[in-house]
Write a protein that binds this ligand. Structure first.
Ligand SMILES: [Fe+2]
Length: 296
């Protein structure tokens, strides 16, 4: 079905509804943003995302506030601690809790990092999985189990990594192999491509164009910390940099206007500044739609 959007753009809604759990531009919901967002619910935010670990079993006033958001915005969740690549047994209790949480709040999709957390499960301690065939099989088995429990597909995110990893495959080959073997989806983080390309010396576009279009469910965009010219740290504590905006634009030109969520975890600017970045996402999406329509 072809429909004309508000700006007279032709959009194939059947295709986009099938592929994407949400549409447009999203914002990660963080506790520091709850009150300002409730005071002025922004219409430019099309969807939101939280880490389920931060909200499962949260009741009282905070739980009520969270419900206020899930009743008003489409939601996806992005896990922190499933540790999909870990040699430790899969935390099935967590997966069942996530399943209940998704039903309770009508959550559209669950994604996790293609990595493992260290024993103490720190947020910024996502370790890379060795890029090997054995690891592909190990991770894919665990993803299939998660999908069986949830009775739906999950998406894995390409992560930023810092320590050298045991690699017989390139990062892009490893990501593709896991997605195929597990038959799961991809949540593509544009900023992580930029961070890894600088830290590990590869070409952003070469990586981007190797990603499987049909498995992409949504994008992440975020800012990172510049430690040195050749060392970037994926902090989510800064505004999105020019290179990431430019790569996002090229990603839309290649894959179409994939739904995209802005991640900001700390060092929050005034809400209007964050919303400016959300509006920038929308404007790049609209620009790519206009180009698509004019090329027929
Ligand atoms: Fe991300």
């Amino acid at each position: 079905m072809l429909v004309f959007s508000g700006n007279s753009q032709v959009v194939d809604m059947d295709k986009t509804n099938r592929q994407y759990p949400v549409h447009g531009a999203g914002l990660g919901l963080r506790r520091a943003l709850l009150n300002s967002l409730m005071e002025n619910p922004p219409s430019e935010v099309d969807f939101m995302e939280v880490a389920p670990e931060n909200w499962i079993q949260v009741g009282g006033i905070l739980g009520k506030k969270f419900r206020w958001f899930t009743e008003r915005y489409p939601f996806v969740i992005h896990g922190l601690s499933l540790s999909i690549g870990s040699p430790a047994p899969l935390n099935e209790k967590l997966v069942y809790d996530i399943k209940d949480f998704m039903q309770e709040h009508d959550i559209r999709m669950y994604s996790e990092h293609l990595s493992y957390t260290s024993d103490d499960g720190q947020l910024y301690d996502l370790m890379p999985i060795p890029f090997t065939e054995d690891a592909v099989k190990w991770v894919a088995d665990r993803v299939r189990r998660v999908q069986d429990i949830l009775e739906q597909r999950i998406a894995l995110e390409n992560v930023s990594f810092y320590a050298p990893t045991d690699a017989t495959l390139g990062e892009a080959e490893f990501v593709n192999a896991v997605l195929e073997e597990a038959d799961c989806d991809l949540m593509l983080d544009i900023n992580n491509i930029v961070v890894n390309s600088i830290n590990h010396g590869y070409d952003t576009h070469e990586f981007l164009y190797k990603m499987p279009a049909e498995r992409i469910r949504y994008f992440h965009i975020a800012g990172h910390h510049v430690e040195a010219e050749d060392l970037r740290v994926d902090t989510h504590g800064a505004s999105v940099d020019d290179q990431s905006w430019s790569l996002l634009k090229d990603a839309y030109a290649h894959f179409g206007p994939v739904p995209t969520l802005l991640e900001r975890d700390f060092n929050f600017p005034p809400l209007e500044e964050l919303l400016d970045e959300v509006r920038q996402v929308k404007s790049l999406q609209n620009e790519s739609l206009r180009k698509e329509a004019s090329h027929g």
